[in-house]
Design a protein around this ligand. Structure first.
Ligand SMILES: Cc1cc2nc3c(=O)[nH]c(=O)nc-3n(C[C@H](O)[C@H](O)[C@H](O)COP(=O)(O)O)c2cc1C
Ligand code: SF4
Length: 599
């Protein structure tokens, strides 16, 4: 630190308030590659935070390096899509070279070398050259992981969702796409709303902010009423009605109110918010400005995943442009996360912005009453906000014209795993799961044996339930949850017990440890699954799993622990034969072995 006068100066330039702890730590890590003790001390002294607490905060974020990293680093993704695509879990001692998800599941298996994402195994980057400026070249995270699309020429656009074709180009203005290395033509299925322009527009070119202008002419009350009438539910996973959340903040008297945009997106297998921010960041910003108006928010904070680098770059560039155009109208700030699934939980986000550990808080008070700086704070997901410009321009009835009565509108689906066309798709809520796999994904890549829906807090469903409509109530009826709407088909050579074991193990790694039921319970659940998977579980293991599920659901502080039982319960309910086989030491898929437990 002594030798880095610039860095010390930058740290001292922060206002001396704890809320700048995360930005200051980012600054240090960006300059030095890690957080040496001396730097923690300098940051703490300036922000008036005890060194022990600076350490406590830094250590709660997995992306901060508290030891000096090697000169060159490689991380292999061990997320479910990458495992299914052939990425093997490494030896337990090698955990630092593993990532739970690198969020380019459409080009699995993925890895990262010295910060560069690499898709489809270890192949070298392809060179793409567009022959003229009429050729559209998709330039998103997936494309950049397989080819040098940043320097391909042509007209650079976001990814239309066809990650499986990356690097993809279009010679007809984005009507149809082909991979730059050849293959079939593809057109976007259905009638997308949120993805309508992605792949056709320059992501950074503002599109007039007409919806914001209309919202301003309607005024705050009418905007709120319209959003309430639309029936839009939050797309971050809880599906809480957006209008109702705004109403609480509107009705709470306070000199300042916040909109906190949740762009943290840390759930493995989910890449929808990144996709929107990479391909159409002005849509998200316009949605945020409309929301601020409808809520009566004086301040907007956008909290974006620290590793979503392309999404950050495009969001910041679009924000600069919006500021130049004078459309922002509110005080607005962008904050970066530093990893961890639980950080996306809304009260953990607030804690992080306040310079505290990435741990959830007990409720009440709910953030809409008392959140950032103890002021009313509405937290909305990126996809929720991206719906607002269309609602303002087209009205509530138009929004309700697709989807189901209780779940109107469309939903972005992150589709990966054993499917022919992994990518990001948009379907009306209520579309049967099987149709998504077939019509969007081109079908499973082998004999379909199960479908994971909703990620590590979601469920595993058998092929007999493929008719289940993708909405919250229909899924609930079969013991599922929609969550952020990741769908991962499995084939018969993949073991359902092993797959759920990986979700259980993930939840135990991501438990922040603040409350005992989750900290101990998820770990114990993982051990029980290892017994089951290894073929040495007693029959009573099922009773113990049931008991543990109840404790986790009822006694955990936040959604991570409360929903950790979901995939386990779905497995026991829908795959009793596979569970029974494992109790007898037999794995039909021949995946589980008595000594093959990974982590
Ligand atoms: C463990 C956990 C992780 C979460 N991660 C995210 C996330 O990455 N992005 C998100 O928008 N919501 C996430 N949520 C949900 C948020 O707490 C919150 O409900 C959401 O941001 C509200 O926005 P919405 O009403 O527009 O959906 C998470 C919840 C839990 C329990
Ligand atoms: S439920 Fe788990 S993740 Fe949530 S606060 Fe408790 S320990 Fe942390």
């Amino acid at each position: 630190m002594d030798g880095d006068a610039d860095l010390v100066e930058r740290i001292r330039a922060y206002p001396r308030r704890r809320t700048y702890l995360l930005p200051a730590l980012h600054d240090v890590q960006h300059s030095l590659g890690w957080l040496p003790g001396e730097a923690l001390e300098t940051v703490g002294a300036h922000l008036r935070v005890p060194k022990s607490e600076v350490y406590g905060v830094a250590s709660s974020f997995p992306d901060f390096n508290l030891t000096e990293p090697a000169e060159h680093t490689t991380r292999r993704c061990i997320g479910v899509a990458c495992r299914l695509a052939g990425a093997a879990a490494g030896p337990a001692a090698d955990a630092s070279s593993e990532a739970d998800c690198l969020f380019i599941c459409g080009v699995a298996p993925a890895s990262e070398r010295d910060g560069q994402l690499i898709g489809r195994g270890d192949r070298p980057l392809q060179t793409v050259k567009a022959e003229n400026s009429a050729v559209l070249v998709q330039d998103g995270s997936c494309s950049r992981a397989v080819a040098d699309t940043a320097h391909a020429g042509g007209r650079s656009v976001g990814c239309a969702g066809n990650c499986w074709q990356a690097p993809a180009i279009s010679r007809d203005g984005g009507q149809s796409w082909t991979s730059a290395v050849g293959g079939e033509l593809w057109t976007q299925p259905g009638e997308p709303r949120l993805l309508r322009n992605i792949g056709r527009i320059d992501p950074l070119q503002p599109r007039g902010y007409k919806a914001l202008q209309r919202a301003q002419s309607l005024g705050s009350d009418a905007v709120w009423q319209l959003v309430k009438d639309s029936g839009l539910r939050g797309r971050g996973g809880a599906y809480f009605p957006v209008g109702a959340k705004w109403e609480t903040a509107r009705n709470t008297a306070a000199p300042q109110k916040f909109l906190l945009v949740n762009a943290e997106e840390g759930e493995p297998g989910i890449y929808k918010d990144r996709h929107l921010l990479e391909g159409d960041p002005h849509r998200v910003l316009e949605g945020a400005f409309i929301a601020a108006l409808g809520i009566g928010a004086t301040n907007v904070v956008i909290f974006i995943n620290g590793e979503a680098r392309l999404a950050q770059e495009r969001l910041l560039a679009a924000l600069d442009r919006a500021r130049q155009l004078g459309v922002a109208g509110v005080w607005i700030e962008v904050r970066l996360g530093a990893g961890g699934y639980v950080l996306g939980e809304e009260t953990a986000l607030i804690n992080a912005i306040h310079g505290m550990r990435a741990e959830p808080l007990a409720r009440p008070p709910f953030p809409a009453v008392s959140g950032l700086q103890s002021s009313p704070t509405v937290i909305n997901n990126v996809e929720s906000l991206a719906n607002l410009p269309d609602i303002i321009l087209n009205g509530a009835d138009w929004f309700r014209s697709v989807g189901s009565a209780s779940n109107p509108g469309t939903k972005l689906i992150s589709l990966a795993g054993s499917v022919r066309r992994p990518g990001l798709y948009e379907v009306p809520l209520g579309t049967p799961i099987g149709r998504i796999v077939d019509d969007c994904g081109g079908g499973a890549s082998g004999e379909l044996s199960a479908v994971l829906v909703g990620g590590p807090s979601g469920s595993i469903l058998p092929p007999s339930l493929l008719d289940t409509p993708l909405d919250t109530q229909s899924l609930q009826a079969v013991g599922g949850v929609l969550g952020a709407a990741g769908i991962v088909p499995l084939t018969s050579d993949q073991c359902v017990v092993q797959t759920v074991r990986e979700l259980v193990a993930y939840n135990s790694r991501e438990s922040c440890g603040k409350c005992t039921p989750c900290r101990e319970g998820t770990l114990r659940m993982r051990d029980l699954f290892d017994d089951l998977r290894g073929g040495h579980a007693a029959t009573s293991v099922l009773e113990r799993i049931d008991e543990l599920n109840d404790v986790l659901q009822y006694a955990s502080l936040c959604g991570l622990g409360q929903m950790a039982p979901n995939p386990v319960r779905a497995l026991l309910r829908h795959f009793p034969d596979d569970v029974g086989d494992h109790l007898r030491g037999h794995c039909a898929a021949r995946v589980c072995t008595s000594n093959g437990v990974t982590r």
